[in-house]
Design a protein around this ligand. Structure first.
Ligand SMILES: [Ca+2]
Ligand SMILES: [Ca+2]
Length: 446
C-alpha cells in the first residue's frame, strides 16, 4: 500500500513519497477508485451541510435573529474602540556607557468608550508595559541585584478608568467635563496636545521625575467663552480649543497611576490657560499649573512636601508650533526627591520645543527640536557644585495617515558631575556618562 511520510530537517517540512520520484497514490486503477470514492463522500457531506443551512426549518426563527441583531446594535450604541500605540526602535548608549539597540513597545493603549446618555459616558484604557524582574543573590555577604531579562513579560496595566459627566454651560464656562476615577491630571494631557511627539518620550516635567499624567480622583475642566471657529480647529488644533482659553481643577490621591496611595493627603491641582488674542493670534496661549501636597513616600517620620508651579507660553499655527515653559518644584509625586534629613529638594528647569511643518510630501513632513535643562537641587543641599542635566533632541516626522506617524530623532542627554540620573536625587561625584540614541517610532492612533 502506498503511503506518504514526513521528514523534518533544520526546521523544513518536506513531503517525501515512499515510491521514488512522484506521489504514488495518484497512480494505479485501485488508488484512483479510492480517491474518487473519497471525493464523492466529501462532496456529499458539503451538500448536506449546505441543504441543512438553507432548509425552511432553519429560516423559521428569522424574527429571533432580527431581535438578536437589534439587541446587539443597541448594546454597541455609543461605543467606540481606539488605540494609541508606539513601536520604537532605538540604538545608542546609556548613562553607564552600555550600548544597546532594541525594538520596544512603549505604549499600547486599548481605549473603549461608551456614551450612556447625552451627559454621561465611561472610558477604560489599559496600557501595555514590560515588567522588570530583579533577582537577588548573596555574594560576599552582600545582596547583588540582577535584572532577569528572560522573565520580563508584557502586561496590561490600568491607565484610565473614569465616569465622565458633561454638565450644562454656566455663563462663560462652557464645554465642561467632570472625570471621576483614574483620570487626567491637569497638565500633561494639555501639553501633549500641543507637542504631538509623546511617542518620542515623556514631556519635560515628567522626564524630570516630578509627576506622571494620570491619578485617581476627581477633575472638572472646560473652556472659557465657547469654542474657536471650526476652521481653526480643523487646520490647527481641535483640542483645548476654548475661545479665551481653558481650565482644569481637580483633587487627587497624589501617587499617580503607578502607585498605591501611601498617605491620607489629597492633592489639589489647577491649570488655567488664557488665550489673550483669540481673533488676532488664536494660537497664542499663556498657562499656569500648580499643585500643593505631600509626596507618596515617607522621608524620616513624615511625608515630604510636594509642591509644583509651572508657567508656559505656547503658540500654534498651521505651520509652526512652539511651547516654552519654566517649572519649579519642591519634592516630587513619589516623595523621593529629598535630602538625607527628609527635606524636599527645591528644583527648577525650563524646556523649549519647536515644530515646523514643511511643504514637502504634501505637507506631511515636519522638523522638530526640543531642549530641556533641569536642576534637581537648586540649594545644593546634597552636593555642592553642578548637578543639573541637559537634554537636546532634533528630528523629523512623517504623518502618513490621520494621527499615525513615523519619527526619526537624535537625542542627547548630558549630566553634570553630581547628577544622579533623570528623576533621581544628586549623588556626589557620580559622573554619569552622556546618553545618546538614534530613535525611530511608528505611532498608530485611531
Ligand atoms: Ca496622597
Ligand atoms: Ca544644583
Amino acid at each position: 500500500m502506498t503511503c506518504v511520510s514526513y521528514t523534518q530537517r533544520k526546521g523544513e517540512m518536506a513531503m517525501k513519497p515512499t515510491h521514488a520520484g512522484e506521489l504514488g497514490f495518484l497512480k494505479g486503477p485501485r488508488s484512483t477508485s479510492i480517491a474518487i470514492v473519497c471525493m464523492c463522500a466529501l462532496f456529499g457531506w458539503c451538500l448536506s451541510i449546505y441543504q441543512a443551512s438553507a432548509s425552511p426549518s432553519n429560516s423559521e426563527p428569522h424574527t429571533t435573529d432580527l431581535a438578536r441583531i437589534n439587541s446587539l446594535a443597541k448594546a454597541l450604541e455609543g461605543i467606540s474602540i481606539g488605540t494609541l500605540s508606539y513601536i520604537d526602535f532605538s540604538a545608542g548608549e546609556d548613562h553607564m556607557g552600555h550600548s544597546y539597540n532594541r525594538f520596544r513597545i512603549t505604549r499600547g493603549y486599548l481605549t473603549i468608550r461608551k456614551q450612556l446618555t447625552p451627559w454621561c459616558g465611561f472610558r477604560v484604557t489599559p496600557d501595555v508595559t514590560q515588567e522588570t524582574v530583579t533577582t537577588y543573590k548573596l555574594a560576599e555577604d552582600k545582596l547583588v541585584a540582577t535584572e532577569d531579562a528572560n522573565h520580563a513579560d508584557f502586561k496590561l496595566r490600568l491607565k484610565y478608568l473614569y465616569a465622565e459627566f458633561q454638565p450644562s454651560n454656566i455663563a462663560f464656562l462652557t464645554d465642561m467635563k467632570i472625570e471621576i476615577g483614574m483620570g487626567h491630571i491637569p497638565w500633561l494631557d494639555f501639553e501633549e496636545h500641543i507637542n504631538p511627539y509623546r511617542c518620542q518620550g515623556t514631556m519635560f516635567i515628567e522626564r524630570a521625575g516630578i509627576f506622571n499624567s494620570a491619578d485617581l480622583g476627581i477633575g472638572v475642566m472646560g473652556y472659557i467663552g465657547g469654542q474657536l471657529p471650526k476652521d481653526y480647529q480643523d487646520t490647527v488644533n481641535k483640542h483645548y480649543a476654548g475661545t479665551y482659553g481653558s481650565w482644569h481643577i481637580g483633587l487627587y490621591n497624589g501617587g499617580g497611576y503607578h502607585a498605591k496611595e501611601a498617605n491620607n493627603n489629597k492633592i489639589p491641582e489647577v491649570r488655567l490657560t488664557v488665550r489673550p488674542l483669540p481673533y488676532l493670534l488664536p494660537g497664542l496661549q499663556v498657562s499656569y499649573f500648580g499643585l500643593y501636597g505631600q509626596g507618596n513616600k515617607k522621608a524620616g517620620s513624615s511625608y515630604p512636601l510636594y509642591n509644583v508651579h509651572l508657567a508656559a507660553l505656547s503658540y500654534e499655527h498651521q505651520w509652526v508650533t512652539f511651547i516654552g515653559q519654566y517649572g519649579y518644584s519642591r519634592g516630587n509625586q513619589k516623595g523621593t526627591l529629598v535630602d538625607g534629613q527628609g527635606r524636599a529638594l527645591r528644583s527648577q528647569g525650563f524646556s523649549l520645543f519647536l515644530d515646523v511643518q514643511t511643504p514637502l510630501l504634501n505637507r506631511s513632513l515636519s522638523l522638530f527640536g526640543r531642549y530641556d535643562h533641569f536642576d534637581p537641587d537648586t540649594k545644593d543641599w546634597i552636593a555642592s557644585g553642578d548637578d543639573s542635566y541637559d537634554l537636546a533632541m532634533g528630528g523629523m516626522s512623517i504623518n502618513f495617515f490621520s494621527k499615525c506617524m513615523a519619527i526619526l530623532v537624535y537625542e542627547h542627554i548630558s549630566y553634570d558631575a553630581n547628577n544622579g540620573g533623570l528623576g533621581k536625587v544628586p549623588v556626589v561625584n557620580l559622573r554619569l556618562k552622556d546618553e545618546y540614541r538614534i530613535q525611530t517610532v511608528v505611532q498608530i492612533a485611531f
